[in-house]
Design a binder for this molecule. Structure first.
Ligand code: GUN
Length: 286
């Protein structure tokens, strides 16, 4: 039997359509158009593609997009001054600084400088803390998207189920672990130093692979019927994309996200959701 393919592309399209309606309603009621500022430093080709998509989809959702593309000669203090201006600008409800920043820049200092209320990436320590203490927070976009896909397959109450998260990054591994715990899963955070990784993965009813190592998770690491979320995207020498999970995993799993077309499209859809949420919170604060 072959696993169900989790169609992230279609799910993200549905989210964006719903969001567009909510944005129109918000503008109608408040007279305020949500605005997202995207900051890109340097010429990284992948980042340029991501930022282009973010700008286009923000506009398609009916929100304002403010694009700041700066050369890689930009200094730390110049970028910090830009963040200060965006923090003070009432037409900007969300700020996203595309990572990675050029070598030599202090990313943590930049992320810490963003007003937590405008931190649509959910990377500021205030939002990280709020997520782990259970308070309402702006949640990082990729893990938020993963949680929606998991809930679509299994429902939002994961009581009694074991989730194994492979990878412990701030962008994916740690926040998805917090979200899965909130959904009542029993969460195991595994990583490169975990003993018997294959056995640990085989205990997973839900396996989230966020390591960035092509096809690292093999077919026989997967519990029959498991829900498998492949987050990492790896580009082969021939230009083709592949995930962290071997393709023949579909022969064992119950449901699998494809790469591309699984988690990827969810990230920007959730960024737009977070931008509307930030604008709504700003309006509620008055
Ligand atoms: N680079 C890769 N993923 C991300 C992300 O989720 N947010 C930002 N700001 N940069 C990224």
């Amino acid at each position: 039997m072959s696993a169900k393919t989790i169609d992230g592309k279609a799910f993200a399209q549905g989210l964006r359509t719903q969001l567009k309606g909510e944005v129109a309603k918000f503008i109608d009621q408040s007279g305020v158009t949500p605005g997202l500022a995207v900051v890109l430093i340097g010429q990284d080709p992948a980042s340029q593609v991501y930022v282009g998509s973010k700008v286009r989809q923000t506009q398609e959702a009916g929100m304002n997009s403010f694009e700041h593309r700066l050369p890689d000669t930009t200094s730390q203090s110049e970028l910090e001054a830009l963040i200060d201006r965006l923090n003070a600008d009432d037409s900007v409800h969300g700020i996203l600084v595309q990572l990675p920043l050029p070598a030599g820049m202090n990313s943590d200092a930049i992320l810490d400088r963003i007003d937590p209320a405008k931190d649509v990436d959910g990377f500021h320590p205030v939002n990280v803390g709020a997520l782990w203490t259970g308070a309402d927070a702006l949640v990082p976009c990729t893990p938020l998207g993963c949680s929606y896909l998991i809930a679509d397959v299994l429902g939002s109450d994961l009581s009694g189920l074991t989730a194994v998260v492979l990878g412990r990054s701030n962008i994916v591994g740690k926040p998805i672990s917090a979200l899965l715990q909130k959904m009542n899963a029993t969460v195991v955070m595994a990583h490169s130093r975990t003993a018997n990784l294959a056995d640990v993965c085989r205990s997973a009813d839900i396996l989230v692979a966020a390591v960035g190592r092509p096809f690292m998770v093999e077919k026989d690491w997967i519990k029959p019927g498991a829900t498998v979320i492949a987050v990492g995207i790896n580009r082969w020498d021939d230009g083709k994309l592949g995930g962290d999970v071997a393709r023949d995993a579909v022969e064992v799993a119950g449901a699998v996200t494809p790469v591309p077309g699984g988690v990827g499209p969810m990230t920007i859809a959730c960024l737009l959701t977070n931008t509307l949420k930030a604008a709504q919170m700003s309006q509620a604060r008055g």
